[in-house]
Design a protein around this ligand. Structure first.
Ligand code: OGA
Ligand code: NI
Length: 374
């Protein structure tokens, strides 16, 4: 398996598959930003081929990821339903990304969840350090992904927590401040899980599968889900750093609540990066690697990254909806044909995600490596 093939990682790897501690002292990016430094440390400077090159970023143009009004999919008018489904279909097959509006999640709750997290990140450092995370579970307050010593780092801090399965949920590890934080996380997550369930049905229908096919393949009621709240502080040299390096999301699908005022997410489109313009009260939804595998690459898990800027911080909530960790995920048999043989062998999500948790974000190299030899 992937773990056994990985190179050894030194002392912070006591047993294979169990990452104990960070290889270097953790530096909070927010504290670098707050220090007023004008020149960022070398650790955050990307190779010039990786940094945002304005010529390859089509942000000014009209290109934006497709926006879907979810209500249209339930319209009494069949033509409206069919058109909306066709838009979902091309979004998932060509972009790997869509924005959904009219999705049923309370706008007040979305805003409250985002603002309670903004407040959390604005607490004094000592209040947050109590939640400092380790690579054994990643739960808590963190500032890096991956445990390779000397690796280049991204210009962001985050908070990661488990929501499902309930056996992994530990509310004591969630922030106790601001006082409403835990309740907001619980309310928000419950709503977002419902929305993800609706999307799983819509995707199944689009793929010509039984309505509950994808959900069953993910483990039915026993899906996993977790929340990663990203905090991108102001960066004095935004052209040299990235808020989050290019990656595809390893899980099933991601429902992202972006900052309403500050953009930063870029999606790969061929050789260029398209800056997503958030639509008010929308979720940005993207296909993760597990749905790419399950759909035999009919749906694409597309690479994305985050750029930073020098005058505004940015907060985003990435809710990951994943298969149950122990189920082998492989292409649905209905999507495997003589013309399109299975592109991937089965692998559980627990095995799969060790890779990103060890190496950090590395574009799409993992799902590519998984491809069945042929
Ligand atoms: C992520 C992610 C994008 C953003 O957390 O996986 O891609 O805009 N976040 O913060
Ligand atoms: Ni992502």
């Amino acid at each position: 398996n992937l773990v056994a093939r990985s190179p050894p990682y030194g002392h912070h790897y006591t047993t294979m598959n169990c990452l104990q501690s960070w290889p270097e002292p953790v530096v909070r990016v927010q504290s670098l930003s707050d220090s007023g430094m004008r020149v960022i440390p070398d650790r955050y400077i990307k190779r010039s081929s990786e940094v945002p090159s304005p010529s390859l970023c089509s942000s000014g143009g009209g290109d934006n990821i497709p926006v879907i009004d979810l209500g249209e999919l339930y319209s009494a008018d069949r033509t409206i339903r069919e058109k909306a489904l066709a838009r979902v279909s091309s979004a998932c097959r060509e972009w790997g990304f869509l924005q959904v509006v009219n999705h049923g999640v309370s706008h007040e709750l979305m805003e409250a969840a985002r603002e309670v997290w903004r407040e959390f990140f604005h607490l004094p450092l000592e209040a947050k350090q109590g939640y400092a995370n380790s690579p054994s579970t990643y739960e808590g307050y963190g500032s890096r992904l991956g445990v390779e010593k000397g690796a280049k780092l991204d210009w962001s801090d985050y908070f990661f927590l488990n929501y499902l399965p309930a056996s992994l949920r530990d509310e004591k590890k969630w922030p106790s401040l601001p006082p409403s934080c835990r309740q907001k996380i619980a309310d928000y997550s419950e709503e977002v899980v419902k929305l993800a369930g609706k999307l799983m049905k819509i995707f199944s229908i689009d793929l010509g599968l039984e309505e509950d096919c994808l959900q069953q393949a993910f483990g039915g009621e026993d899906i996993g889900s977790c929340l990663r709240v990203n905090f991108y502080p102001k960066c004095p040299q935004p052209d040299l750093a990235l808020g989050l390096s290019p990656h595809s999301d390893p899980g099933g699908m991601t429902l992202l609540l972006p900052d309403e005022n500050v953009s930063g997410l870029q999606v790969r489109r061929g050789d260029s990066w398209v800056t997503v313009k958030p639509v008010k009260n929308a979720f940005i939804v993207n296909i993760g690697d597990q749905l790419q595998v399950l759909t035999n690459a009919n749906y694409k898990s597309v690479e994305h990254r985050v750029i930073v800027n020098s005058d505004q911080e940015r907060v985003s909530l990435a809710f990951f909806y994943n298969p149950k960790g122990e189920i082998p995920i492989e292409p649905a048999k209905e999507l495997v044909t003589e013309d399109r043989p299975a592109l991937y062998p089965p692998m559980t999500f627990n095995e799969y995600r060790v890779f990103i948790r060890t190496r950090g974000p590395c574009g799409k190299s993992q799902v590519e490596a998984l491809k069945s030899p042929r």
